[in-house]
Design a protein around this ligand. Structure first.
Ligand code: OAD
Length: 249
């Protein structure tokens, strides 16, 4: 295992030779865009709330206004933010690899804005809204109310994200699992690896055979001791360095 940020030559060669690369990202990738990581998001006005109390169907049934307003605050942060060098490096990497899949737990849409194409948003997207009764995405609605109501059925609207205790979209999870099991190289970037089922993906990749697992994170996680390479550092620094070392751009 190599724990230094300079990119090991053996990893550069593995990436150059890889046909299929799968990457999993978490909120650490967006930290350098000014979007707090999920477990750091409780700042200011929201400091007294636990995310587990806000990002659940129970919280929404109990106090829909509170949950809607918390998401409005988070949407405001995301709207002001832009992709950082880490997001941009991932979009560039995709252009160099034959089969590249980016799986993200982030709901901020910054990977798409950075230009990533083959993207699986496992936990949904905070900028989309859906009907809490019908489950379908709703684009045009009167913004009055917290939450506003569905123009079709009058039920309250909610963000189109996966809350604690909810199932992930089956198609997205299936595609993510497939991408993990079929890759030569798997990267886990900026995620604490504490939330299932996403946290299992690097292990699925590892079990599938000759896959090399790489972690990019300034801090230790439960994956660290199982990874073949650990690149300690910020995604916004390590990923551009990886791109430069491998492809020279
Ligand atoms: P966490 O907040 O649990 O973890 C963020 C990780 O990013 C930590 O391991 C940090 O060390 C790391 N980190 C911080 N800054 C970084 C940087 N600049 N570069 C790289 N890494 C950095 O967030 P997630 O792992 O994304 O799910 O959390 C996973 C899921 O938990 C979220 O999608 C959310 C939450 O429950 C749902 O809402 C369903």
């Amino acid at each position: 295992m190599n724990e230094s940020t300079p990119i090991p030559e053996s990893l550069v060669e593995a990436l150059r030779g890889a046909q299929t690369v799968t990457m999993l990202t978490g909120s650490g990738v967006s930290a350098e865009s000014g979007v707090p990581t999920f477990r750091d998001a409780q700042t200011g006005l929201w400091a007294r709330y636990d995310p587990a109390d806000l990002a659940t169907p129970e919280a929404y049934s109990r106090d829909p206004r509170l949950v809607w307003e918390w998401y409005e605050w988070r949407r405001g942060l995301v709207a002001q933010a832009g992709p950082n060098p880490g997001h941009l490096a991932l979009a560039q990497l995709e252009r160099h690899v034959s089969r590249f899949t980016l799986i993200t737990q982030n709901v901020d849409g910054l990977h798409r804005r950075a230009g990533s194409g083959n993207l699986i948003e496992l936990h949904g997207n905070i900028m989309r809204t859906k009907c809490s009764a019908e489950g379908v995405a709703v684009e045009d609605y009167e913004p009055e109310g917290a939450p506003p109501v569905c123009p079709n059925c009058g039920a309250p609207l909610r963000p189109d994200v996966v809350w604690f205790g909810e199932a992930l979209p089956a198609d997205a999870l299936h595609a993510a699992s497939e991408a993990a099991r079929s890759c030569d190289l798997f990267f886990s970037v900026g995620t604490s690896g504490l939330v299932q089922p996403a946290a299992l993906l690097p292990f699925e990749a590892q079990r599938s055979g000759a896959t090399v697992v790489v972690e990019v994170n300034p801090d230790k996680t439960p994956l660290s001791r199982h990874a073949d390479y650990v690149l300690r550092g910020r995604a916004g620094k390590v990923l551009p360095a990886l791109l430069e070392a491998t492809y020279g751009s």
